[in-house]
Design a protein around this ligand. Structure first.
Ligand code: EPU
Length: 422
């Protein structure tokens, strides 16, 4: 198991490149199941989660390989529509094979995903959506079994809102099931995240007919078949936001390549409020902070609101603000595993229900800490770069799920992070 040893405090400078979006690539790899033949995602990031998705697709009968030209998915044969427990429990995004397999094979059996360290993550809305298209669903020994009627799925009007607003992978699943259904599907309260729009654009490039992309109302006219595609995904807005936070926490200036600030308006708004200069420069952005970190209140919301996937990283930044901030989590109210770890580094954070009161401190102090989930571990790396002394982050496999060699990228711009196998 690897750990990170991080020497701080650090100053960063130079330019760092953001990879293709993990949360775009995962459902787009699943979408390749919809079309016999070979699809290619040229910039699919080489991450642990992408490798888990690759293994899952291989278990279904597809052939997947990576080379310099990208990640190639040969979905000519998909003959085992079963998402096995051992593969699905590793990564909840595995649920996004539900829609494509139902559309392609007429039947799917997939292990019911359990909770995870960021809280309960039910899939009731996914199931409600595919049921509306005509699928029959039952549970069998911890597995969801979904079956399309003999004549296939049929378009329907579907409201996909839930207690926490829209659902990203739920929208993806219903959209992927609907593209091959007979007739027209209207999804109301669809998720508007750029990654959902990316999937919709990819499906249209495969021959689907989806309108309203990026809006909460998607209109999908079913087609008979789709064709394989070569589709590069958008830059990862969460990785980009993490690098901007890195520049801010270390009082530095960074150029961040391959990110689109149009996907990050709520995030740039909060960065600017804090005092960070963030400007687009054509192919990415430049971020700098030279001066105090101002406090800011943050509430996570579905897009275009502030993303839950940057909540932990912002909390690390606000821990050093000159004043008090309130961070409220409205997507995953239990996603606060990083609070206790940041407090071990001399932050002053107090959890009150779904909020955390962040009383800014003058400095963070290095400590041994434990990564608990992907974004929480990114927050600990940021804190480690700003803290005085040597921070040791255990269980960095969490960060490898969603950041491609983050230590190498940050070391190139001046960080001092060592990966050590223990
Ligand atoms: N929800 C339900 N029922 C459902 C589905 C969702 O109640 O059937 C609730 C969830 O419990 C949550 C809210 O709806 O409270 C939103 O969850 P959503 O379904 O949108 O999350 P997801 O699709 O499972 C994706 C990302 C997450 C990201 C969330 C929210 C991928 C692979 N995962 O998950 O990314 O936090 O959307 O934006 O796209 C990460 O990358 O670190 C990560 C966790």
């Amino acid at each position: 198991m690897d750990i990170f040893e991080i020497d701080g405090p650090t100053r960063l400078s130079g330019s760092v490149e953001v990879a293709g979006s993990k949360n775009s690539a995962l459902p787009i790899i699943a979408a390749a199941l919809l079309a016999p033949g070979v699809s290619n995602i040229p910039n699919a990031p080489d991450l642990a989660d992408i490798r888990s998705m690759q293994m899952l697709l291989e278990s279904l009968g597809a052939r997947v390989h990576r080379d310099k030209a990208g990640l190639h998915v040969d979905a000519t044969t998909v003959d085992n529509p079963v998402g096995d427990y051992d593969l699905v429990r590793k990564m909840r995004a595995s649920i996004c094979i539900l829609g494509p397999l139902l559309a392609r094979c007429g039947r799917v059996k997939i292990s019911m995903p359990g909770g995870c360290s960021i809280g309960d993550r039910p899939v009731d809305i996914h199931l409600r959506g595919v049921k509306a298209l005509g699928a029959k669903i039952h549970l069998e020994n911890g597995y969801i079994v979904a079956e399309a009627p003999a004549g296939g799925l049929t378009g329907a009007e579907i409201f996909l809102g839930g207690p926490f607003g829209s659902t990203v992978l739920g929208t993806d699943n219903v959209m992927m099931a609907a593209v091959l259904a007979k007739g027209t599907t209207v999804i109301e309260s669809a998720a508007c995240e750029p990654e959902v729009a990316d999937l919709a654009n990819c499906l249209n490039a495969m021959g689907a007919k989806i309108q309203g992309i990026g809006s909460p109302r998607l209109v999908i006219e079913g087609v008979k078949r789709l064709k394989p595609v070569v589709y590069p995904v958008i830059g990862d807005r969460i990785e980009a936001g993490t690098f901007i936070a890195a520049a801010a926490m270390t009082q530095s200036r960074l150029k961040i390549k391959n990110c689109d600030l149009n996907h990050m308006m709520a995030v740039t708004d909060r960065f600017r409020h804090i005092g960070v200069q963030v400007e687009s420069n054509g192919h990415g952005c430049e971020a700098a902070l030279d001066g105090p970190i101002e406090p800011a209140d943050i509430t996570t919301q579905p897009y275009p609101g502030f993303p839950t996937d940057l909540q932990a990283q912002f909390m690390a930044l606000l821990a050093l603000a000159r004043g008090n901030s309130v961070v409220t989590e409205k997507i995953f109210p239990d996603r606060f595993m990083h609070v206790a770890e940041l407090n071990r580094m001399a932050a002053n954070l107090r959890k009150e229900g779904p909020s955390v009161i962040v009383a800014g401190v003058e400095k963070l102090i290095a400590a041994p800490v434990m990564a608990s989930d992907l974004r929480a571990s990114a927050a600990l790396v940021l804190a480690g770069m700003a803290a005085e002394g040597k921070t040791v982050v255990q269980r960095v496999y969490h960060i490898d799920r969603g950041y491609y060699r983050i230590e190498e990228k940050l070391n190139k711009v001046g960080a001092k992070i060592r990966r050590v196998s223990v």
